[in-house]
Structure formats: structure tokens, C-alpha cells
Design a protein around this ligand. Structure first.
Ligand code: AMP
Length: 266
């Protein structure tokens, strides 16, 4: 696996793959890699001839007062994980390589970015859309792999690919969970054992909502009831929305950690 830090080196390193017409797959990440990221890498590895993983904690998608500085970073370990998944190229640029002095161009998604995570985290999806556009432009993958864990992100990126006519297939991969149901997230390391127990209410509530939906009831109300029964968490939102398909999505805060999760309503 090659580790690349600059745009110039990236373009040079991709040249041979492009020249032989290899299908390139891209897995964009912010590092602190876990089994959710690994499953994306494996899917890319299986489908594409040249697998690229980007590792970039994108300041543009963090709001003021969010956890940009505290975001877990362990590049050496991440490189080992990517290598073990037989990734061909790891692109881990410093911030100034992506946003050099004077950088002043942003990709602004529309309505899809105004509610749920978009309302809770103003500017978040502008940051996501901008970094994805830049990575897509640099890597020119035939496919990019995103996790359904961030269902609204999938919807935003699919919209941007459609609207800007980028020749990229967005592959949405299933959410990987711990055996107890908690969706894997780089932020789970912030949870104390007691908080982790409280956090389990989130997947349980979504499952309860899904069960209510299947029996013809109101999924949101079903999930709410479970969440409201746990006073140690604060509900940011629970809502049904079309996020690349009908979805029950929720965000909660446990201690100082904000967690999101969702289930498909089918
Ligand atoms: P992140 O590093 O958190 O920005 O995530 C990078 C990619 O991994 C995104 O497309 C996420 O949706 C995806 N991802 C994160 N957690 C999971 C998970 N538990 N299961 C599947 N994909 C995930």
C-alpha cells in the first residue's frame, strides 16, 4: 500500500492504474478506522481493481464548538488497518493540502441538507459536499463507497453526483454494528461503559420503531417512547425521512457524545 500526502503525488500514483484502465474505488473516511470502515474497504476491494482510501478529518464539516480537536486520530494504526484490507493507496493529506491559503470555493447542497443533521449542524453538509467533490475530482473513481450509518450523507452525496453529472456510482453499504446493536462509530470511544449502556437505547428504539411501522403504526412514536424512557440521554431528533429510501433516523446525546443512527423502513 502506498501512503500519499500531497495532491501532486496522488495524481502521479494514480497514473499507472488509470493508464491500464483499472476500475478505481474510493472509500472516503476521517480515520479512527473500525469494522464499519473495513466493510466498505472490503466491498471496494471485491468490486474494483484499485482501492483508494482517503483519511482526512475535514475541518469544514465540523461546526464551532464541535469535536474537531478531540476527534480521535491514529494514523499509524489506520494505515495498518487499510494495509490489512489490501487497500492499494491511502491518501492522508494535511489540512493545508486540501484547503491551501486563500481557499474559497464551496459546494452548497440544497434542501436535502436543511433538515435533521443539516438543521442540527449548520454547514456540515456543505463541508461534506465540498470534500467529496474535491476527492471525486482528484481520484476520479468509478465507484465511491459510503456507509448507510450516515444515511443523510448518502442522500446528499447521491444528489450532488446526480446534479453535477459526476460519472461515479455511489455504493451505499449496510451499517456495521457491535453484537449488542450499537452502530460502530469513531466517536464510540468517547463513551464510558455506563454511557455505552445508555447509548444502546438508540438502536433499540429504532428497532422498536421499525416493528411498530411493520405492524402499521407510527415508527417515530414507537421509537420516541423507548427514547423518552431513558432519562440519561437527550433526544436531538427522531424523524421519518426519505434518505436514499424511507428511513427512520435519530440523533441523541449521551454525556457529551452525540450519536446518530437509522433504520430503513421497508
Ligand atoms: P467517517 O470516518 O465517520 O467519516 O466514516 C467514513 C465512512 O464510513 C462513511 O461513509 C460512513 O458512513 C462509513 N461508516 C461509519 N460508520 C459505519 C458503520 N458502523 N457501518 C458502515 N459504515 C460506516
Amino acid at each position: 500500500m502506498i501512503v500519499i500526502r500531497t495532491v501532486a503525488e496522488l495524481l502521479a500514483a494514480l497514473e499507472p492504474a488509470r493508464a491500464r484502465g483499472a476500475q478505481i474505488g474510493l472509500v472516503p473516511t476521517m480515520g479512527a478506522l473500525h469494522d464499519g470502515h473495513r466493510s466498505l474497504m472490503r466491498t471496494a476491494r471485491d468490486a474494483d481493481e484499485f482501492a483508494v482510501v482517503s483519511l482526512f478529518v475535514n475541518p469544514a464539516q465540523f461546526g464551532r464548538g464541535e469535536d474537531l480537536d478531540a476527534y480521535p486520530r491514529d494514523e499509524a494504526r489506520d494505515a495498518d488497518v487499510a494495509e490489512a484490507e489490501r487497500v492499494d493507496l491511502l491518501f492522508a493529506p494535511p489540512v493545508e493540502e486540501i484547503y491551501p491559503d486563500g481557499y474559497d470555493t464551496w459546494v452548497e447542497p440544497g434542501k436535502i441538507a436543511t433538515y435533521l443533521e443539516g438543521a442540527a449542524r449548520p454547514g456540515h453538509f456543505r463541508g461534506v459536499a465540498t470534500i467529496c467533490t474535491k476527492l471525486f475530482h482528484l481520484v476520479e473513481p468509478g465507484r465511491a463507497y459510503l456507509g448507510r450509518k450516515d444515511a443523510q450523507q448518502v442522500a446528499v452525496v447521491k444528489q450532488l453526483v446526480r446534479d453535477l453529472a459526476l460519472p461515479i456510482e455511489i455504493v451505499a453499504c449496510p451499517t456495521v454494528r457491535d453484537p449488542d446493536g450499537l452502530a460502530l462509530s469513531s466517536r464510540n470511544v468517547f463513551l464510558s461503559p455506563a454511557e455505552r449502556n445508555v447509548a444502546l437505547t438508540l438502536p433499540r428504539a429504532l428497532e422498536a420503531g421499525l416493528a411498530v411501522h411493520r405492524s402499521g403504526g407510527d415508527a417515530v412514536r414507537g421509537a420516541r417512547e423507548i427514547l423518552d424512557g431513558e432519562p440519561r440521554l437527550r433526544v436531538d431528533y427522531v424523524a421519518e425521512a426519505d434518505l436514499d429510501g424511507p428511513t427512520l433516523a435519530a440523533a441523541v446525546v449521551v454525556g457529551s457524545t452525540r450519536l446518530i443512527d437509522n433504520v430503513r423502513l421497508e
